[in-house]
Design a protein around this ligand. Structure first.
Ligand SMILES: C[S@@+](CC[C@H](N)C(=O)[O-])C[C@H]1O[C@@H](n2cnc3c(N)ncnc32)[C@H](O)[C@@H]1O
Length: 282
């Protein structure tokens, strides 16, 4: 018997999926991405035992589909690439300039912790890097207290982040002194895994937050927001709305860090550029 050829996606189906994805995630898929989306969704069709994209489309638009399948569709279209100590100049700026300025200027510094948010944290490398850096900063600055919020739209990637277990080669970039303090080696040496120590994990609150939601549901005002390598996938309109949300979420004088290839140039938001891809609320 001839093996069945995989389902083909029509142009109309692609348009329907891409406008649905844009509405839900903020990511615009141009027509050139049809082959990519088709190939990735064929895997979902296989898992679900569906033979056509029409069947998949009916499912994803149903209430049950939104409940059960939307998380998989989000995983299909988002990019989770990340690293420990990624774009390290940002962490230098954080400890050498941003935190000392915040400490100096905040009148309620002793009663309120400094609040930092890793927005779009992927599998956790960014917030764990922050936790190491801030723990070191706290050791040198006796009254410094902090909280870290880490969020992502993908529940699957958030589960990885919360678990805090990584292949050993992922932590090659972590300085030996930090490795010794904050990472635990797997007892089973054949598995080459490392685990973030419980004390460091306990410093981070992980939450699912979708930037497309009108209300991000974060009650506390932040001192620092890292949203790096996320908005590059959004169009200008979505970027504008998100930057305004971050602006409103920051305290006066708070800092926003974007990825090295991202910018707020061309957007109407009242941030002042203070370093390369670092912005401050006036
Ligand atoms: C490339 S990773 C960046 C991780 C980390 N910030 C870094 O720079 O290494 C982008 C993350 O943004 C998340 N993301 C994409 N769209 C989102 C949305 N609408 N709301 C919240 N997170 C989103 C993805 O799930 C992904 O984990």
């Amino acid at each position: 018997m001839m093996p069945k050829s995989p389902a083909a996606m029509t142009k109309k189906e692609f348009e329907r999926f891409s406008s649905f994805i844009y509405g839900k995630v903020g990511i615009k898929l141009p027509p050139a991405k049809k082959t990519m989306l088709e190939a990735r969704l064929q895997k979902r069709l296989k898992v679900l035992g569906m033979e056509t994209f029409e069947a998949y489309s009916n499912f994803i638009f149903s209430e049950e589909g939104q409940r059960l399948e939307l998380i998989h569709l989000i995983d299909v279209v988002t990019t989770n690439k990340t690293d420990f100590f990624r774009e390290p100049s940002h962490f230098d700026y954080l400890t050498k300039t941003a935190l000392p300025t915040i400490i100096k200027n905040r009148s309620d510094y002793l009663s309120q912790p400094v609040r930092i948010w890793s927005a779009g944290c992927s599998s956790g490398e960014e917030p764990y890097t922050m936790a190491m850096i801030l723990s070191e900063f706290a050791a040198d600055n006796q009254q410094f207290r902090f909280t870290i919020l880490a969020s992502d739209i993908s529940t699957r990637i958030l589960d990885t982040a919360k678990t805090g277990v990584y292949p050993e080669d992922r932590v090659d970039v972590v300085a030996p002194i930090y490795k010794k303090k904050y990472l635990l080696r797997s007892k089973d040496r054949s598995r080459s895994l490392v685990r973030i120590c419980p004390q460091l994990r306990s410093l981070i609150t992980f939450r699912r937050i979708n930037f497309m939601d009108a209300d991000l549901g974060v009650a506390e005002k932040m001192d620092v927001i890292f949203c790096r390598n996320v908005v590059i996938y959004f169009d200008k309109e979505t970027q504008q709305e998100l930057m305004q949300k971050f602006y409103d979420q920051l305290r006066p004088g708070g800092y926003l860090f974007l990825g090295h290839s991202e910018t707020i140039n061309g957007l109407d938001v009242d941030f002042k550029a203070v370093a390369s891809t670092v912005y401050r609320k006036s």
